[in-house]
Ligand binder design. Sequence first.
Ligand SMILES: Nc1nc2c(ncn2[C@@H]2O[C@H](COP(=O)(O)OP(=O)(O)O)[C@@H](O)[C@H]2O)c(=O)[nH]1
Ligand SMILES: [Mg+2]
Length: 144
Amino acid sequence: MTDAPHTERTLILVKPDGVRRGLVGEVLRRVEAKGYTLLAVELRTADEALLAEHYAEHEGKPFFRPLVDFMASGPVLAVVAEGERVIEGFRVIAGATDPTTAAPGSIRGDLGRDWGLAVTQNLVHGSDSPESAEREIKLWFPGL
Ligand SMILES: Nc1nc2c(ncn2[C@@H]2O[C@H](COP(=O)(O)OP(=O)(O)O)[C@@H](O)[C@H]2O)c(=O)[nH]1
Ligand SMILES: [Mg+2]
């Protein structure tokens, strides 16, 4: 951690499993309770082109197609949040990728588990670096 102020923005998605389970409010509550500012919140069903672009780094992996299909299976809540070190902070709130082993206290650890669909359904997405955050925010909220 550095001492210099480091306000940044991140893209958060409540994935279709989270929306279907009625966890939109719970995810937003945790983001707000941590003290981050919501800059944009929009419920939307993403098309395949947007999702393939969003997950471009995973193209070619065996879970890419199931992941895109799952993400297109219903509405997602797209959120831009702002704050000091929010990119790292939200990844901690979200927990590890595999919800079965994600730490209790995290969104995935408290609310997620394996439903027999590997780790695709893990409730939330959060940008993993400043470069990813900038790219993803442009993709989901071109006007922001
Ligand atoms: N089925 C399956 N899905 C995966 C696997 N790894 C990642 N995913 C899914 O792909 C998303 C993106 O993967 P990654 O960027 O590594 O994880 P994240 O940054 O923690 O979301 C994850 O959130 C999961 O939904 C895998 O090994 N199998
Ligand atoms: Mg990732």
